[in-house]
Write a protein that binds this ligand. Sequence first.
Ligand code: PEP
Ligand code: MG
Length: 592
Amino acid sequence: MTFSIHGLAVARGIAIGRAVLVASTRLDVAHYFIEAGQVAAEVKRVRDARDAVVDEIHRLQVSVAHMGPKEAPHELMALLDVHLMLLQDEELSRGVKHWITDRLYNAEWALTTQFEIIARQFDDMEDEYLRERKADLEQITEKVLRAMRGVSLPVMQPMARATRKPSQQDLLLDDTVNVPLILIAHDLSPADMLQFKKSVFAGFVTDVGGKTSHTAIVARSLDIPAVVGVRLCSHLVRQDDWVIIDGDAGVVVVDPSPIILAEYGFKQRQGELERGRLSRLLHTPSVTLDGEKIELLANIEMPDDAAAAIRTGAVGVGLFRSEFLFMGRHGKLPNEEEQYLAYRKAIEGMQGLPVTIRTIDVGADKPLDENLRDDAHLNPALGLRAIRWSLADPSMFLTQLRAILRAAAHGQANVMIPMLVHASEIRQTMALLDHARVQLDNRGVAYGPLKIGAMIEIPAAALTLNVFLKYFDFLSIGTNDLIQYTLAIDRADESVAHLYDPMHPAVLRLVANTIAQCQAQGKPVSVCGEMAGDINMTKLLLGMGLRSFSMHPAQILAVKHEVLRADIGKLKPWAAAILADDEPAPRFSKRQ
Ligand code: PEP
Ligand code: MG
């Protein structure tokens, strides 16, 4: 039966495919497609691992049999029996074989997928005892996964599968390997999301998350349809259901009827045509109708993203979120050499265009590692985040600064500091930068010149701009956090997402005032929060005086389209009227 669920639109476009439900705890299991010729070996790999676990349990049963009732209570024997029974269950092995043979999933992915299916059946059971057996199933799945790690893995890279677009007929009748897959999870950390960058998924849906949560930001950078904050989605959708993601409307349609499929298939083609039209703007200079040149920069997460920035005509990188180099490494930080090579790669990838590397911004919804999530502190978004974290660990910070300085010898590089608010933090940062230079001098290592910028993303910073104007070469407004901290709305919490409002007069005034003060002093200023890539905001920001926008590469051409149709002479009074209004959103159209 067709039904739809609503969430928050995060990344535009329509995706149609089969649901792959993934529990976030199992995300560190590799997901890739095998070649048809590897099926037998892959099935054997699971079977061998399962047999190893069965043997282990048999051995355990023998030693338990020799123990007295005190050391080995009766329940332990019963539990081992249950584990054996589950391991030898036909449905488990048949299902795993199906995912490997018919879908070409790798063994680990096949096993966890079948686990999800059986676990759901347990969840639906009336009998409490049987319901609780789900925990046993989980334990044996983990055991088999662990045994598989011991069983030698065939050497292969995760493959980006060539996903051909399914025809109507495919969608209605076909169950073949080439059907696109939609990832559905309760939650995904930014690091999980990053792991999927080169992956096989055609779209993402999560139960939780806000529009500018870092998970959403990475999803947007993947440029495939995504919807977050869909509440019970991971409970309502079953493994392998057909789903449609409407990334523009924030809707997930489950089990669509042929008519609905046809309708969304049409929308999907329209979207592709629109992208085709926009791509013609690639070489068009970004200039308004009245001749103002507007700088369109890219936000990137990894050095390889520089290629997408160049492809979409960005004139530089306005924000390289360096923290993604530090994530998902189980707390082991990259050393100076690793970081230097990564920054250098991004700089060289931009072929002489400027690259602004933001120093590490972890904490809040961006834990270094999923297992190191900061639950200890009551309010991580107000805690040891970004520059606060860096200043609390000067040795880590100096390593990063040295790596950035060294990379700056290979092109135009800027460094940018997140979340500054106190003059004392600015002075400490500057002193550490000097110290990093001295350390490199002492080692006789070459480094390049750096322009130094600060993010304005805390209201207190926007209200004490003079101190920032004094110390920094440029400023960049981080509207994602500026909105969060001005309105006291957790950007990652979908339950208050409706109150996360870029058009709130307080937010607009802080942004406009920052732009105006920078302009008055001839200080370069840009916006690098999601607002910069939102075409509903382009003209308003132009009217406020902004001339530099930094956004996901995928947004650049759409924003350029807005720029080309803008007349700043007309936009200025319109923007001034909106700024003067205490309730601008309902009375003014955001679009001029
Ligand atoms: C911002 O806060 O607007 C920003 C660009 O930084 P991040 O989204 O990484 O916090
Ligand atoms: Mg920020």
